[in-house]
Design a binder for this molecule. Structure first.
Ligand SMILES: Nc1ncnc2c1ncn2[C@@H]1O[C@H](COP(=O)(O)OP(=O)(O)OP(=O)(O)O)[C@@H](O)[C@H]1O
Length: 311
């Protein structure tokens, strides 16, 4: 078990992490969900022993990881947000290079590269130069590099940003099967669908703090007394939002300017349809469509912060 206790990290005047505590149980996929700048990367960099916290500590099996960072790093695989590969080498050569960095050699290294290739599925492109790979393929090799030394714990920082849907699905399935083999995984993302799909437990972060935690069911339970509705207007102005916010029983209103879509979270039982139609008429706004939605983690975040994760 990893225990993160009250860690803080200041970068000069920026308080990136403000007293975060987490537990990560053996064999689970732990999700860290939050918008850009929430402090996810800083938190996992501290867990990865990349830099120490300004205060607080991280314990692995009861011992402070900074007392023996090398020992801890041996059981840790880290997939950084930025691709860290040599573009002028092939996928195979990159794996070989990083395997050697981990101290693997000879037959053991060859066998492990083959096993890792099996896991990441490069489909015959392993002898091509990495600079000619798609974003998704680079990402898969990056993950492969972190798996070479058979880590017990894998930390993945937004591993699906900017890649094609096929690679994304492959990565999600890989993460699931690694967990089934007993690996502990810390997975950060600002894609709530991924976190919902993969993670056994989730910590939601915002502005350097944990604002909610639990399984996806437990988190959604927090909004079990509410429902979510999406309304698309022909046009919207500030007054539209103001009148919607003022409806008694409405808990949060978020607006997406791109398509004039408004998300409302409201108490179950209020006559929301009639109220929204009345307000639309009052402000002379035409409604294009209305949809009642099943609650998602995005709605939990919206209720807690008044913003969407991708604002
Ligand atoms: N080395 C640094 N120097 C100064 N400020 C930093 C540094 N690293 C992070 N920050 C700031 O700390 C805050 C948290 O950043 P962090 O990268 O941990 O967030 P995040 O949730 O991982 O978001 P992202 O997905 O954008 O990386 C941000 O305001 C960021 O600008």
């Amino acid at each position: 078990m990893i225990e993160v206790k009250e860690i803080r990290k200041n970068f000069k005047k920026v308080e990136a992490v403000k007293g975060v505590s987490l537990t990560i149980n053996d064999g689970e996929i732990l999700g860290l969900l939050g918008p850009n700048g929430a402090g996810k990367s800083t938190t996992i960099s501290i867990i990865s022993t990349l830099f120490p916290p300004s205060s607080g500590e991280v314990l692995y099996e009861g011992k402070n990881i900074l007392k023996n960072p090398r020992g801890f790093r041996e059981i840790l695989g880290v997939v950084p947000q930025e691709i860290a590969l040599y573009p002028e080498l092939t996928g195979y050569e990159n794996l070989r290079f990083f395997g050697k960095v981990y101290g693997l050699k000879g037959k053991e290294l060859e066998e492990r590269i083959q096993e890792v290739l099996e896991i990441i599925g490069l489909n015959g492109r392993v002898r091509d130069l990495v600079k000619n790979y798609s974003g998704g393929m680079k990402r898969r090799v990056n993950i492969g590099c972190a798996l070479l030394h058979k880590p017990k714990i894998l930390i993945m920082d937004e591993p699906t940003v900017g890649i094609d849907p096929q690679s994304r699905n492959h990565i999600l399935e890989t993460v699931k099967s690694l967990r089934e083999e007993g690996m502990t995984i810390i997975y950060t993302s600002h894609y709530m669908e991924e976190v919902e799909y993969l993670c056994d437990r989730i910590y939601i972060m915002d502005h350097g703090e944990i604002i909610a935690t639990g399984s996806k069911e437990e988190l959604k339970e927090q909004i079990s007394n509410e429902e979510t509705m999406e309304v698309i207007f022909e046009t919207i102005q500030d007054d539209t939002i103001k009148v919607l916010k003022n409806i008694i029983g409405v808990k949060a209103v978020n607006i997406n300017d791109n398509d004039n879509r408004v998300t409302l979270i409201y108490e179950k039982g209020i006559n929301i349809l009639q109220l929204v139609f009345e307000k639309a008429q009052e402000t002379q706004k035409k409604i294009i469509s209305i949809q009642i939605k099943t609650p998602t983690l995005e709605d939990v975040f919206l209720k807690l912060t008044g913003r969407t994760i991708r604002d």
